[in-house]
Ligand binder design. Structure first.
Ligand code: C5P
Length: 201
C-alpha cells in the first residue's frame, strides 16, 4: 500500500529531522528532496549546465560530502528556480512517493506540486532567529566557521528566492497542517508530527 507524507517548509525549520524520525516511526522510506537540488547546484558550481546536471543526476551525486554547506544551499536555491531543472526531478520524486510501504518526502513543493494527493501534509515552520540558531549549531558541530548572522542572512535570502519564484514556490498547500516548532524541542516537534500523522492514518 502506498501512503505518502508530504513535509514542506522554509529552510532549517526541522523538516529533515522530523521527516527522518516520522519515517523511522512508521517504517516508511524517507527522501530529503533538498538533496536533489543541492546535488544539481553543486554540479553547476563545478561548471556544468544546471539543466543537464539535473537530467543526468546519479544516486552517487546525493552522497557528496559537501552538499550541506551554505554555498551549495545557495546554488541549490538558484537552480531550483529554473523550471526545466524542476521538471527533470519530478518523476523520480513521484515514483519514490508511491512506492509500496509508505514514503515521507520533505521539501518546498511536495504538498503543492509533487504529491498534491498525499495522505498527510505538514507545513513545518519556526521563527527566523530560531531556525538560524539551530542551523548555526549544526554547521559548527560539523566544523564550519560561520556566524549566526551569516546563517540568518543565508536562510532569509533562500526563503525569499524560494517563495518568490514563479514555478513551484514555497508555500503551504491549502490542506496542509501547520506545525510551528519555534518553542518546541526537537523531541516535542517529532512527537507532534507523529501525532498529526497518526490522526491521518
Ligand atoms: O531543503 P534544503 O534547504 O536542503 O533545500 C535546498 C534548496 O533546494 C532550497 O533552498 C530550495 O531552493 C530547493 N528546494 C526546492 N524544492 C524542494 C526542495 C528543495 O526548491 N522540494
Amino acid at each position: 500500500m502506498a501512503f505518502t507524507i508530504a513535509i514542506d517548509g522554509p529552510a532549517a525549520a526541522g523538516k529533515g529531522t522530523i521527516g527522518r524520525a516520522v519515517a523511522a516511526h512508521f517504517g516508511f522510506a524517507h527522501l530529503d528532496t533538498g538533496l536533489l537540488y543541492r546535488a544539481t547546484g553543486r554540479r553547476m558550481v563545478q561548471g556544468l549546465d544546471a539543466v543537464e546536471a539535473a537530467q543526468s543526476l546519479q544516486a552517487s551525486d546525493l552522497e557528496a560530502d559537501d552538499l550541506r554547506t551554505p554555498e551549495v544551499g545557495q546554488a541549490a536555491s538558484r537552480v531550483a528556480a529554473i523550471p526545466e531543472v524542476r521538471a527533470a526531478l519530478v518523476d523520480f520524486q513521484r515514483a519514490f512517493a508511491r512506492r509500496s510501504g509508505g514514503a515521507v518526502l520533505d521539501g518546498r513543493d511536495i504538498g503543492t506540486v509533487i504529491c498534491p494527493d498525499a495522505e498527510v501534509k505538514l507545513y513545518v515552520t519556526a521563527g527566523d532567529d530560531e531556525r538560524a540558531r539551530r542551523r548555526h549549531k549544526e554547521l559548527c558541530e560539523k566544523g564550519h566557521e560561520v556566524t549566526v548572522e551569516e546563517v540568518l542572512d543565508d536562510l532569509r535570502t533562500r526563503d525569499a528566492r524560494d517563495s518568490a519564484r514563479a514555478t513551484a514556490p514555497l508555500k503551504p498547500a491549502d490542506d496542509a497542517i501547520l506545525l510551528d516548532t519555534s518553542a518546541m524541542s526537537i523531541e516535542a516537534a517529532v512527537q507532534a508530527a507523529i501525532d498529526l500523522v497518526t490522526k491521518g492514518l
